[in-house]
Ligand binder design. Structure first.
Ligand code: NDP
Ligand code: 8X3
Length: 257
């Protein structure tokens, strides 16, 4: 039986992609799941589509990760029965654009930092005291191989994900001696989500990203999260870097005359 059974999970970005697959999988594992996103209708559609036996275990929550006030009001703004969060999965995030740094739109940079960095930090800070006081919990975040390996056009997106991994590693250090666990999951190419549509703003270009590949899927990510939660409490996986078999690192570049 997965370790998460009966626990309350907070998954950000549950209106699409990884977040929705994780929410579904953890509900199937027996968890109670708060799923947040800006697109509330997506969350309620997901809620309605759940098997009747799982519906009372899901709480759709409209939450913009750039709304610092709303983040700071948590967990007290949640219904009383949902305020004790055992597992936080900081998944909501986005990339915007693939232009070289010198050509980027500064508003895109600000939005990536506000969502992927500031929002993640604020939500973590809001929920951490309760987890620490209960001496029980699991903090997980979705980083990216873009936070490990530089690539052209990765500039601020990759830097936000490097921040995520280092922030989580530092949390782990601060929490040493407690029973809280901390993991960063760092996937590479993953298809079937809205990530490239959001990044490129063009469905044809987004499709091209995956042409001729068999990328990771949101189900692969959800399966990994479920497995992490099933591990015995004395095991902490610090980070997982995962790629589809069709992808490998090895992109050092040389400029030639
Ligand atoms: P999707 O675009 O499919 O999903 C992103 C989710 O984040 C949506 O639910 C969206 O909800 C939510 N989100 C974005 N901005 C905000 C915001 N301001 N406030 C609240 N929620 C927000 O992407 P993926 O599922 O593919 O990506 C999930 C995470 O995984 C991201 O952090 C991404 O960087 C990371 N990742 C993705 C990879 C990939 O190749 N797909 C690989 C490695 C990491 P809504 O729009 O309704 O608010
Ligand atoms: C998503 C993976 O390589 O598109 O984080 O940046 S990548």
């Amino acid at each position: 039986k997965p370790d998460g059974a009966g626990r309350t999970v907070f998954v950000t970005g549950a209106s699409a992609g990884f977040g929705q697959a994780i929410a579904r999988r953890l509900l199937e594992d027996g968890c109670r799941v708060i799923g947040s996103a800006r697109r509330y209708e997506r969350l309620t559609d997901f809620h309605q589509g759940l098997p009747p036996g799982l519906r009372s275990n899901f709480l759709p929550l409209q939450l913009d990760m750039t709304d610092i006030e709303a983040l700071r009001a948590l967990p007290g703004s949640l219904p009383a029965a949902w305020q004790e969060i055992d597992i936080l999965i900081n998944n909501a995030g986005l990339a915007l654009g693939v232009s070289p740094a010198q050509d980027c739109n500064p508003d895109d940079w600000d939005r990536m930092i506000a969502t992927n960095v500031t929002g993640l930090v604020e939500l973590t800070r809001a929920l951490l005291p309760g987890m620490k006081a209960r001496n029980r919990g699991y903090l997980m975040a979705i980083g990216s191989t873009a936070g490990i390996y530089p690539y052209q056009g990765g500039n601020v997106y990759g830097a936000t994900k490097a921040f995520v991994a280092q922030f989580m590693a530092n949390l782990r250090t601060d929490l040493l001696g407690s029973r809280l666990r901390v993991t960063t999951l760092e996937p590479g190419l993953c298809g079937g989500t809205e990530f490239s549509d959001v990044r490129l703003g063009d469905p044809d270009k987004a499709r091209q990203v995956y042409a001729g590949t068999q990328p990771l899927t949101a189900t692969d990510i959800a399966e990994t999260v479920s497995w992490l939660l099933s591990l015995p409490e004395h095991v902490n996986v610090n980070r997982i870097e995962m790629m589809p078999t069709c992808q490998a690192p090895g992109g050092l570049a040389v400029a030639r005359d």
